[in-house]
Design a protein around this ligand. Sequence first.
Ligand SMILES: [Zn+2]
Length: 570
Amino acid sequence: MLLRSEQILRMFRFTAIIFIVTLPMTTAASDDSRPPGDVRLVLQITIDGMRNDLLYRYGQRFGPGGFRYLLDSGTVFTNAHYQHANTETIVGHTTLATGAFPADHGMIGNVWYDRDSDELAYNIEDPAYPPLPSRSKRQIGEQVDPAQRLARTQGRSPASILAETLGDRLKAYYGGRSKVFAVSGKDRGAVSMAGHVGKAFWLSTDSGDFITSRYYYDAYPAWVGEWNAERRAESFGDRQWELLNELDTYLLGHQDDREYETDLRGYGRVFPHRYAAAGSPILPTQVIVSPAGDRLTLSFAKALVHAEGLGDDSIPDYLGISFSGLDAVNHFFGPSSLENEDMVLQLDRTLEDLFTFIDQTIGLEKILIAFSADHGMAEMPEYMTELGFRAGRLYPEDIIIAANHAGKVLFDIEDIVKFYYRPYLYLESAKIEAAGLDTDNVQREIAAALTGQAGVALAVARAEIQAPQTTPLLQQIQRNFHPVRSGDIYVVQSPYWFNFDKGPVAAMHGSPWRYDTHVPIIFAGADIPSRVVHRPVHPVDVAPTLSALVGNDRTRLVTRRNFARGIVSR
Ligand SMILES: [Zn+2]
């Protein structure tokens, strides 16, 4: 799927990232005063869709060993914001893993227009590497994830990721002896963190198994086969997701039943949520939309740590774990639902289980933990309206109709829109050229016509995106711009407006606004000091900071200026 022009870009980007990410490690190697082996495992935990305030809204009911372990013993950054505009899963994960902006790592959205194939492309799709079958008879589940549904094949690889990850650099630096793995409920959550030379496993919504692709393996390791043979997702059939605590202890217990929440094939809008029967095609998806999916992810990660011997020698290993459940729950029930509240409280237990396991297996003092999220979350527009805010829903057809209308009225061109997939609009360049019009001018005029439509805060044309920018919003859009993949016009929805397809997804992230950019960043374990930092920082600096800390560099996190790069540059 790589374009020839992209291959050249890719070589160029790799050089840049090698320099940035390895700089602290190579410095450390030359004046090492600390014995090797201090950090045996870098554990990068990502909670899909964990808006920062969710960590505090229910915080007084956390147990001692989950979120509280991070908040009380770690260095906690309370003011961490993504600096790119399109706050989606693959964009955030890849930024966390590489320390690059989407403009450089190329993951500009979950879906973009592939000019080579003339079709929309799913971010990590790669027909060359089909999934490695996990069962002799393949079950076909129901795919609810709208981005994945657009994928033309089931093949997956990191080939489209144009930068290297921390795990990639560890492999290269330690002569291939670092073990690098990533596990997630979502394919894109695992592939992005595993990088180019690590191994990725994700939960299949077809089978409920943890699977991989032929990019990573020709045959499953025995321990994966054994884990999958237990059919753990199936075991939830006909069981139910029940509240962890008594209803009257919940902040949001009064608003469980809201008509704008999604009932996922009989899963219901209120507690208890009943899973479909074993063998049902929707069961693996329902399991992901509950605390059970994260427990499966943890169970698989534990099996991995044991079987692959992570952290068992002085060479630092890397494990990325991305928990996908909270994002799924947010999409169907909203981030201010009883489901969200129970999900966060249950995630707290899952994390406590993880930290206890890691402490017993390797020792928390030898683990460097980086905790964050790939994006935040917007409330449902109907909920915001109930509270008195102005909000609404913007659908793809609204934008396409408005842009086509402008194309006809202003330039007498029929159907000027080639593709729209949020946030990018791609125009029919051949029609514009055939009409003898200036492409930049047409893009500008269409963008101007879209700006101010109901739910559209701003539409920005390509030429303007590429010009030097001084406002924060336009800089966010610019950091998201890749010349080959990005569209001709970037459409920014108004604050609190939903900007996605009509369908089961009832709440959506993806905007450049604060509720979507604000995420936790916490470093813990190893010799990280307990501290709360309120100054603004950025997730793009997580990977460079980890690389500085995992190297034999005595300088403490809190005195380093790793974060300066994100504040002063670009
Ligand atoms: Zn999402």
